[in-house]
Design a binder for this molecule. Structure first.
Ligand code: ADP
Ligand code: MG
Length: 218
């Protein structure tokens, strides 16, 4: 469950977000669409606690009022409850698929044996069991993005934020990735907030929010 009220963001004199209100239910898949520069990424970063709003924001995730937490507590909360998928997978090139998936769990000081077991299960679930020990440059774009999905899931986050996750994929890989989001929601009950230019994904979502010029218009 995510509640955001009156989210503003300024860069200098430029007002990028001009009062966004949102209420996203647990297990809901919400697509955020809108023209380039309308503030989608900025909003996602604030909702995902990677950035802060300019005024006294109100942001509640899983009943936790985020604005009352220290930066350290916010990092811990993010590591435990939130998963991110970016347009460019941002896997670390010198690590294998398995190691990349395990990283957020190691950051959260999780048990190594348990973590590797879960990472292997996730890679298996995503059809990547034959790629565990491959490095990112030995994988296709679709495979790299699925590794990034596994990495986003390793800590069993309740919310996944994805910023144009299929923006860099061919249409078949994109379709497979989109179907995967719905499968994950059905199996694990995760909430998804997806910024996308992909019409098909936006139409598949439970709800579509349109951003324009720093506000949600519909
Ligand atoms: P979108 O993801 O919808 O394309 P963004 O949220 O990335 O839009 O950007 C919205 C506006 O905010 C753009 O005009 C962009 O130039 C500006 N902006 C984003 N990040 C910064 C930043 N760090 N400093 C200054 N301006 C920024
Ligand atoms: Mg963007």
């Amino acid at each position: 469950m995510i509640v955001a009220k009156n989210i503003h963001k300024n860069y200098g004199l430029v007002k990028v977000l001009k009062g966004v209100d949102l209420h996203i239910k647990k297990g809901e898949i919400v697509a955020i669409v809108g023209p380039s520069g309308s503030g989608k990424t900025t909003l996602l970063q604030i909702l995902g606690t990677l950035d802060k709003a300019s005024k006294n924001q109100e942001l509640i995730i899983n009943s936790k009022p985020i604005q009352q937490l220290s930066d350290k507590k916010i990092s811990e909360f993010r590591n435990e409850h939130i998963g991110f998928i970016f347009q460019f997978h941002q896997l670390l090139p010198e690590f294998t698929a398995l190691e990349n998936v395990c990283l957020p769990a190691y950051i959260g000081n999780k048990d190594k044996v348990e973590t590797e077991k879960r990472a292997k299960e996730l890679l298996d679930f995503l059809g990547l069991s034959h790629r565990t020990n491959h490095k990112p440059n030995e994988l296709s774009g679709g495979e790299q993005q699925r590794v990034a999905v596994a990495r986003a899931l390793i800590n069993k986050p309740s919310v996944i934020f994805a910023d144009e996750p299929s923006g860099n994929l061919d249409s078949t890989s994109a379709k497979n990735l989109h179907e995967l989001f719905f499968k994950l929601r059905d199996e694990f009950g995760q909430t998804f907030v997806l910024v996308t230019h992909n019409e098909e994904l936006a139409e598949m979502a439970d709800r579509k929010l349109v951003m324009k010029d720093g506000v949600v218009v519909e």
